[in-house]
Write a protein that binds this ligand. Structure first.
Ligand code: SF4
Length: 251
């Protein structure tokens, strides 16, 4: 039996809507381009490449100078983007504004990231493989580890922060299991509304994350074996590429 490959995104898909998970992960159906996702990709690329510059050059001017070439690379890889982005100036202005916000939240000239866009992975059980890409992982000279994720949207409403940290707890769990060290700090940087939220994970947090992942893995296995993929309509349906073929939305 093939291993189930789980990333934080796929976990989110299954918990939000098993049918969405099936369309995306099992059937691998093509999806419409999401401009929000593409904006996030461009932003992540620029923030990644910003750290190629020497510390004193990691300023807003350098970040702005990266926009045009990284955007052109993105269009070359996905030419449809050129027509989907109707107003290129507005698009670039929005990216510039998000980058300006970034510099109000961090001072990239004052620290050296240890890893950027690092792939982390582990076998959680015999049939469950867990992996993901960490935006940034900083290891202090004292050995303390910080896991950082950039978000181009807005921070969660009060009471929803814990759900937002689930993704970073998965990365922290993998790091802990691989290196025997629990990351000291998880940090979500929301550029959409200039907020940074932080969490100090405990071993109990990561153990309960592991239990939850094993539970989700077993639910996915059951769904595969029974070929039952319930729909879970919610406001996310309005952004779902599969709405036109979704049984929950048949007229
Ligand atoms: S449209 Fe809604 S219910 Fe249907 S697959 Fe997408 S998220 Fe699930």
């Amino acid at each position: 039996m093939d291993k189930i490959r789980l990333s934080p995104s796929r976990v989110g898909d299954f918990t939000n809507c098993p049918a969405l998970y099936k369309f995306r992960a099992i059937d691998q159906l093509p999806e419409a381009i999401s401009l929000d996702a593409e904006r996030g990709t461009l932003l992540h690329t620029i923030l990644h490449d910003l750290f190629e510059a020497k510390p004193t050059d990691r300023n807003l001017e350098t970040a702005f100078s990266l926009i045009a070439s990284r955007w052109q690379n993105q269009i070359s890889a996905k030419p449809e983007l050129a027509t989907l982005v109707a107003d290129e100036k507005e698009w670039i202005d929005r990216i510039s504004s998000l980058l300006s916000t970034y510099f109000t939240l961090e001072k990239p000239m004052e620290f050296e990231p240890t890893h950027r866009e690092i792939h982390v992975e582990m076998d959680l059980s015999d049939d469950l493989y867990l992996h993901g890409y960490v935006d940034r992982l900083d290891i202090a000279p004292t050995g303390e580890v910080r896991i950082v994720d950039y978000k181009s949207g807005k921070s969660p409403k009060p009471g929803w922060e814990d759900k937002a940290f689930f993704q970073l707890r998965i990365y922290a769990l993998i790091y802990w299991r691989k290196h025997g060290v629990i990351p000291k700090l998880l940090q979500l940087i929301y550029l959409g509304n200039a907020q940074v939220i932080k969490n100090l994970p405990s071993d109990q947090d990561l153990i309960s994350t592991e239990k939850k992942l094993l539970q989700i893995g077993s639910e996915i296995r059951e769904a595969i074996e029974s070929d039952k993929w319930p729909t879970k309509p919610s406001r996310l349906c309005d952004w779902c590429s599969f709405k036109p073929i979704c049984p929950a939305h048949k007229i």
